[in-house]
Write a protein of this length. Structure first.
Length: 256
């Protein structure tokens, strides 16, 4: 049996016909790569078409959210979001985390954990929202973290005040799950499966993809200065839980 990750890898694996093939689609390969205006790039369209044609040829298909299954028009696709390491991503002392990463203890920080140049992540919108929020919180800054070892991300998440996501398209964003695992408050637009993970009573919020809405919630959470209770919702997204569900797919495929 072969398990391929991402659509194009799945095509390579499908060139052999002897072994059963499981494909996990991760997001852009089914939903396309989006520009900041929401339009899909030509390469993104290619990914979409390639994945749509490939999916029926697999022995089993795994996707990250319900929208991906609808786009593929494949009711048999299993929704199994990628798991995260709950042993690595744990809450820790806020002040100690700030000391370790060298942040100003007097400032508030909005964490952005992606490439700012990737249009679909909408860094421009987050930057505008932080600029507006700064009218009420002068010591507010964006903490843009990329190209750091994955093992360091729990420190940054524990040191920040809020994580904001404004992406045009997502599968099941690990950064959101990792932020929730550290109890870092999350503000997100309704994208991917984030709404399934976030419960407002836990101190995390879904807001419109709008500068004013994002800014207002950033100000609100930074003024409150409280951590969220997001970790309690993440047991189904742990690596052991995810591995168990994938093994069930393997078992079904190899029996057939």
């Amino acid at each position: 049996m072969i398990h391929a990750h991402f659509g194009l890898s799945g095509w390579v694996a499908r060139f052999q016909l002897r072994l059963p093939l499981v494909i996990t689609f991760h997001g852009d390969d089914v939903l396309g790569q989006s520009r900041k205006d929401g339009h899909i790039t030509p390469m993104g369209r290619f990914f979409q078409v390639a994945s749509y044609l490939l999916a029926p040829l697999a022995s089993a298909v795994i996707v990250q959210n319900r929208k991906m299954r609808r786009v593929l028009r494949l009711d048999s696709a299993e929704i199994i979001p990628c798991g995260i390491d709950l042993e690595l991503f744990q809450p820790m002392d806020y002040g100690e985390a700030r000391r370790l990463v060298g942040l100003d203890p007097e400032k508030k920080y909005v964490l952005f954990a992606y490439n700012p140049e990737e249009q679909g992540k909408r860094f421009d919108l987050i930057e505008a929202a932080v600029g507006k929020a700064r009218e009420q919180l002068p010591k507010l800054e964006i903490l843009s973290v990329r190209r750091r070892p994955h093992s360091e991300m729990p420190l940054y998440m524990n040191a920040a005040d809020v994580f904001v996501m404004a992406s045009m398209s997502e599968g099941s964003p690990n950064a959101v799950k990792e932020a929730l695992a550290t109890n870092l408050p999350v503000i997100s637009v309704n994208v991917g499966d984030v709404a399934d993970m976030i419960y407002e009573s836990d101190g995390n919020y879904i807001v419109p993809r709008d500068v004013d809405a994002l800014a207002a919630k950033i100000v609100d959470l930074c003024r409150r200065g409280e951590r969220s209770r997001g970790r309690a919702r993440l047991i189904p997204y742990s690596m052991p839980a995810t591995a168990k569900r994938i093994l069930e797919v393997y078992s079904r495929v190899t029996r057939s």
